[in-house]
Design a binder for this molecule. Structure first.
Ligand SMILES: *Cc1c(COP(=O)(O)O)cnc(C)c1O
Length: 225
């Protein structure tokens, strides 16, 4: 199936211009030539969900790309991406946050992270619950993690056609984001400015609920096989 990359990108540019959110072009499983094509059309923010693929594409493609790790991250792979990654979207444990901090310190960086919140009804999805996350962003915890900066929250809604359900989940995440933004105002390495929610099937609902980063894969690059 032919994909209309330029048209697809144009559409999401208009969406982002209307709403002041940013687009993460999720390019997982797609070949570097296709990413280069998107780059030539002006895309600078790409998202990947596998460490090895992210590292390989980073090596191969232009150096002014902002690489986002959007998928589940294992602690033993953190070291491969901290030297260059621009944002880690799905931090789901304090142990992972500590490992990112340690590896970032080793390369002299402060790495921006989002905390993933479990908002879906499916049990198999990752993320903190609300109570856990309030504990994580306490000043005494974050003071021990000077090489990470918590930039906000990320969530994935239930995979369903029920738009009301999705809106409830994203809306809840938005309210938690607002509360934590206030609660962390005086913590130096918390800077709540990003709310990463919305993918191909639910980005419109996510934008209504205040998303600042939509992560779009198939609607840009075509279906994945
Ligand atoms: C694959 C993926 C996306 C993009 O999914 P599409 O439905 O193709 O837009 C967004 N976020 C995460 C975490 C992903 O793994």
């Amino acid at each position: 199936m032919a994909i209309h990359l330029a048209e697809n990108l144009e559409k999401f540019r208009a969406v982002c211009a209307d709403t002041a959110c940013r687009l993460v072009a999720v390019s997982k499983t797609k070949p570097p030539v296709l990413l280069q094509e998107a780059y030539d059309l002006g895309v600078r923010v790409f998202g990947e969900n596998k460490v090895q693929e992210l590292v390989e594409k980073h090596e191969e493609l232009p150096k002014d790309i902002e690489w986002h790790m959007v998928g589940h991250l294992q602690r033993n792979k953190v070291k491969y991406i901290v030297p260059f990654v621009s944002l880690i979207h799905a931090v789901d444990s304090l142990r992972l946050l500590r490992e990112i901090n340690k590896r970032s310190a080793a390369v002299g960086r402060v790495v921006p992270c989002l905390l993933q919140v479990h908002i879906a009804q499916e049990e198999n999805k990752f993320g903190f619950d609300e109570e856990e996350i309030r504990a994580v962003v306490e000043a005494k915890n974050l003071a021990q993690l000077p090489n990470i900066c918590v930039k906000g929250l990320m969530g994935m809604a239930t995979h369903t056609d029920d738009k009301k359900q999705i809106a409830l989940e994203f809306g809840g995440l938005r309210r938690l984001f607002d509360a934590l933004k206030t609660a962390t105002q005086n913590i130096p390495n918390a800077d709540f400015c990003e709310l990463s929610m919305g993918m191909t099937n639910d980005y419109e609902i996510a934008l209504e609920q205040g998303s600042t980063l939509i992560r779009i894969g198939s609607a840009i690059f075509g279906e994945r096989t």
